[in-house]
Design a protein. Sequence first.
Length: 880
Amino acid sequence: MKMQNAKLKTTYLKDYQLPDFAIHSIDLHVELNEDKTIVHSLLHVERRLPQQTTPLVLHGEGLKLLSLRLDEKPLAQTEYEQTLQSLTIKSVPHSFQLEIVTEILPQKNTSLSGLYRSGKLFCTQCEAEGFRRITYYLDRPDVMSLFTTTIVADKAKYPILLSNGNKIEAGELSENRHYVKWQDPFKKPSYLFALVAGDLVKISDNYQTQSGRNVALEIYVEAQNKDKTDYAMQALKHAMLWDEKAYGREYDLDVYMIVAVNDFNMGAMENKGLNIFNSKYVLASEKTATDVDFQNVEAVIGHEYFHNWTGNRITCRDWFQLSLKEGLTVFREQQFSASMGSPTVKRITDARIIRTRQFAEDAGPMAHPVRPESYIEINNFYTSTVYNKGAEVIRMLHTLFGQAGFRKGMDLYFERFDGQAVTIEDFVKALADANGTDLNQFFRWYNQAGTPLVNVKEAYDAKLKQFKLTLTQQCPKTPDNLSKEPFIMPIKVALYDEKGTKIALECKSNLHKTSEGSFLIVDKETNEFIFENVPIKPVPSLLGNFSAPVKLSYPYTEAELVLLMLSDEDLFNRWDASQRLGTKAIKSLMKDHLADKSLVVPTTLIEAYRELLQQDIPEPALLAQLITIPSFHYVAENLEIIEVDALITARKTLVEVFAQSLEEELAKVYQACQEQDDGSLKNTSMSHRALKNTCLYYLVKAGAKWLKLAQAQYEKARNMTDKMGALSAINHSTSTLRQTLFDDFYKTYQKEDLVVNKWLALQACADLPNVLENINKLLKHEGFDIANPNKVYSLINTFAMSNPERFHDDEGKGYEFIALRVIELNARNPQVAARLLEGLTQWKRLDATHSALMKNALIKIESSGDLSEDVFEIVTKSLK
Ligand code: TRP
Ligand code: ZN
């Protein structure tokens, strides 16, 4: 093994041990300066088992120890030991007080973990293991403590000083400095600690809880953004009300603070009483944010708020339990978003994430169960599997128990574990106990990686009027090589006759009928369901509303799929049918392409889409989803080997033929939507804009004459949604108008950082031959900054994940470009570097040419020198 890897250690769930010590309280005193920051920490420590004599081992990283006193006596050098990751005090009494003074350099912290600078602000990010970069501590979630925090800083530069809980003291100091003291009455793990200092404006509002308590709501932003917080504030109030109504949970402090920062690795952080947000998920005005941005703000505000109960009041025992808080909170966020907007479109968006990102992860080298067994770097496990599949697993529990049973289970969970750090078993057992059942088999969803494949066979007996469905499940092998036991899952089912009329279900075995529909309960390798009194051979609608996170195959004919697309009562499954149709067509075009045949899109398919465009549909945004041709990644998850060039060509052909054949209908729908759109943020207006902009995209593909329409929309746009809609439509065009509009856009919005990021992202996903050259230029543009994660994600990740044609360049230039950026970011910001690797992990699934090129890019990274744990783990697991 190479030297550099000596430090890389794998952590295993099976090795979990309770901590030897409890820290009852921590009194922090943080002195912020322009060069260094001094952190005084006073801990009250007690051994949990009095008979033990183990040493006290505290976590710490990149700290300079200035002084160490135990029960007020300075410790001699021989009494403790320091390594790069720890501080060990060899002999300690049963109960004692420890005073630690450390020096840190937040100005030099480029990893955005621990205490760091974002512009002129000081801020923190402590999840998962950032607190140890601030002071020596037992930095693990099962050590919960009472925090008191005093912040001292220059008064002019940092008038606002914030930390968790309630402000209990403030005052002036000499040399133009001041201090504020905060106390958090709730015990919490260190990952929920937060501190912010800077010159920020405060936007205030308030909320009265269901029990009549008044809560001050405060959003802190830079002065120039003070007109962009209304939407977030409203979203927060909606979230507070929703959690009271849906779960009976109310907020528990007198103040709820949100701070927007520009430099942040992830979306946002649920620190107790003091959420820190990536500005992207707070700041939104109609001039700068699209409808999708508004929806994301609402979702993330909700997500972090819901963590107060699912994450903070009840937290994780260890990081293997991450989905205990994340899966559950994503599920709650999904329910909230569904209640605020369109449940069907929300469900489609979420299913897309699973079917593209999560399925890819499950089939790749980083595959892991919702509760992983081991990790090298925990930051690599904030994944789509833990978050999104974790939410799907909770959703299945919700389906199996129904809303009332699920609520009973949640109530018991809160009652049993409030104030504790617990495991996923604890959660699942609470749900099982409340419903008088056991969930032993269900628990496999947490322990087994991989996406189950459910194969469905049908047989119709006209004489007996019986329809039989045979479902066989199989879960592919994953890198852990463990054998897989069958999962239990609810598969939503309905049967339709040839006119699209529902047939009543009569089935003796295992059919679970609820107010949400009927579900086949599948729990064995093979399950059989016989439906009686079925007058004709029916068309089954299966896995409605995406009732389980599996791949389901059924031998649908094109005609059957068209029927479902046009008339399934389960609106989600109309979309599913549209995607099955699109995928089927693309696969068949791929075959023709590989056989050197000319590509012909079946007219029956186009005619079905034509009917769809002429039909009255429940909502325009749903129609927009139905006419969206499956993406590269979506189809890729349905392929054995991803023949890159064939897939890209086939998909392009379908899009072009679709656009050209349906030009007239698309133009009509565009016009109708334009008339219905009053420019407001009402759901129906957003819905019309979604469809309008989807139509515009196809129209520009249909012919150059539609460029004028895009230009007109761009010029007359009342909001960012329409501006971006126009610019996205024109983005892939070779006309000179493209550059004119892009230049105008930059000139107009160059002071709006988040809008500049959209400008970067659009250029990164342009379907044009010179994209990589342009991106290389943009790396040096004033609107780009490699230190800012949002900009890195916009320009570099968008290229890797949303520009398949250029990323999968036939000479490997796209892969190499990403490899170089990973190498560049590896030391500066390991978390961000690791996130750029996602696209490179899939090399084994590509055709031979692309596979070899992608592997080379990984080898290039592997041999580039000293790798961070984050990058090392993904690269080596990928190359295995
Ligand atoms: N807990 C955060 C959430 O709401 C995730 C998060 C924010 C995070 N910042 C982070 C995780 C930094 C790891 C590192 O989902
Ligand atoms: Zn979260």
